[in-house]
Design a protein around this ligand. Structure first.
Ligand SMILES: Cc1cc2nc3c(=O)[nH]c(=O)nc-3n(C[C@H](O)[C@H](O)[C@H](O)COP(=O)(O)OP(=O)(O)OC[C@H]3O[C@@H](n4cnc5c(N)ncnc54)[C@H](O)[C@@H]3O)c2cc1C
Length: 419
């Protein structure tokens, strides 16, 4: 594929950063090296390896040094994200004519996995932002695409995805936020819960009820910050994901132009679910990055920590645990990449595979990170050590973008109904 637009920038930057990156890799190899069996570059094209290196480099230089501070001080790192956008990471799978990078779902997964090694929480927000930009790019008309996408791709503006409500989580189609048509506006009333970026972002992609009960009565509208009647709840205090704010989004007689509706009336739930198929791969990819980092941290620790007169790496129980962690990391990555390819190719098994990938990778990668913490003993529980933050940050991946119980529902329903 020829490099276009921001991708060309990524590729160009790739060749210059690549040299430094290799130096950094070489230097760290002297300390720890990357075992080839868990190398995330395995099986990728030269071009994918190139922008993977750019993403790893960005994670190492621009994110990892700050990840603990962003977590502890709850900083939403706007300028760092804008730097990431300059590399094409603000609209990775958005089309180039509106500022996107036009990359595939597999490319996107590779990038989010690499970025997450530097900060899961920030990367996960970037992934939600990308999902929103893709929804506008895909389901918006030209006017809407041209109005919103360029600023989202440059991360001049930030986006939030608004589906969950206080009374509708897993049963998302029961949402109650109403949008009553009045002339050329919809009047929105209701509230959304747990909105990532809420209050700090500029563009809200909102699922609301324009018709009767159930999924067919739902539409999708874009609400801009500053619209009268739009307000936000208090910033939630969370276990992890602290570099991004989470707030309720409240609509009180909030008038939104009908021209801000994506697609037709009644298509909103379908648009929301299509966004989430990619979202699930992205979140699973963020878990892969955390697990990759934690396998390496655990390996490093076992090699240096001595107990009972020898390094922990000589203990067969811990050796076997490390082998299991590496095996589950690679299995998770293979499944995530297979799902990304299925979605890219619009295959009939894509929805099930995205759910399987999200279920498997977010569960297994959490277990890997948790095991890595255990291997660090008491040190793993200290905030001086990154391993605890990876554990805290990826715990929520088992809950959001559809809980892992909902993933089981989707997979089994498709298994039982498809012939
Ligand atoms: C940090 C954070 C950020 C978030 N960001 C966003 C966002 O940006 N936008 C957004 O729209 N939402 C967001 N969410 C919301 C998230 O998607 C929901 O929390 C999630 O879908 C679960 O809904 P719930 O919390 O209401 O749990 P519930 O639906 O009440 O579920 C509670 C438990 O019961 C289980 N359960 C429910 N029904 C069944 C069933 N039929 N069978 C088996 N088990 C079942 C669930 O799996 C879960 O374990 C975020 C959540 C968090 C914590």
């Amino acid at each position: 594929m020829a490099a276009v637009g921001p991708l060309a920038r990524v590729a160009r930057l790739g060749s210059s950063i690549c040299r430094n990156h290799r130096l950094i890799l070489n230097r760290s190899s002297q300390r720890r090296g990357i075992a080839s069996c868990i190398d995330p570059a395995h099986g990728l094209t030269d071009e994918q390896k190139e922008f993977q290196k750019v993403a790893f480099d960005f994670a190492a230089n621009e994110m990892a040094p700050h990840m603990a501070e962003w977590d502890q001080k709850e900083i939403f790192p706007v300028e760092t994200m804008r730097k990431a956008a300059q590399l094409g990471f603000g609209g990775i799978y958005v089309q180039p004519d509106v500022g996107g990078s036009g990359l595939s779902r597999l490319d996107t997964s590779v990038i989010f996995e690499a970025l997450s090694t530097g900060c899961v929480s920030t990367t996960a927000y970037i992934s939600i932002h990308n999902m929103c930009a893709w929804m506008i790019d895909t389901f918006g008309n030209n006017e809407q695409r041209e109005k919103f996408c360029p600023d989202l791709c440059s991360m001049e503006k930030f986006a939030s995805y608004c589906l969950t409500e206080p009374g509708s989580g897993s049963d998302a189609a029961s949402l109650l936020t109403s949008a009553q048509r009045k002339g050329d506006h919809y009047i929105l009333n209701g509230s959304k819960a747990f909105i990532s970026g809420g209050g700090d972002t500029d563009v809200y992609v909102v699922m609301c009820r324009t018709g009767s009960k159930g999924p067919k009565g739902i539409s999708c509208v874009v609400v801009e910050k500053g619209t009268l009647g739009l307000s936000f709840g208090k910033k939630e205090q969370k276990v992890g994901w602290n570099s991004q704010p989470t707030r309720a989004v409240i609509f009180e007689d909030c008038a939104v132009p009908v021209t801000n509706r994506l697609g037709e009336e009644g298509q909103g739930f379908s648009i929301a679910m299509k966004g989430l198929n990619g979202g699930r791969i992205n979140i699973a990819s963020c878990s892969l990055g955390a697990a990759h980092a934690c396998v390496q941290l655990a390996r490093d620790h076992l090699l240096v920590r001595k107990q009972f007169g020898e390094t922990l790496s000589n203990n067969q129980f811990l050796q076997f645990k490390l082998a299991e962690m590496a095996t589950k990391l690679v299995a998770s990555r293979l499944l995530v990449r297979e799902a990304a390819t299925a979605l890219q190719e619009n295959r009939s098994d894509a929805v099930s595979l995205c759910s399987m990938a999200k279920l498997f990778a977010t569960d297994e990668c959490f277990n890997i990170c948790n095991q890595a913490l255990q291997m660090h003993g008491g040190y793993g529980y200290l905030k001086d050590y990154a391993v605890q933050q990876f554990v805290r940050d990826i715990r929520v991946h088992q809950i959001l973008e559809g809980t892992n119980e909902v993933m089981r529902m989707i997979i089994s329903r498709n298994l039982l109904t498809e012939s």
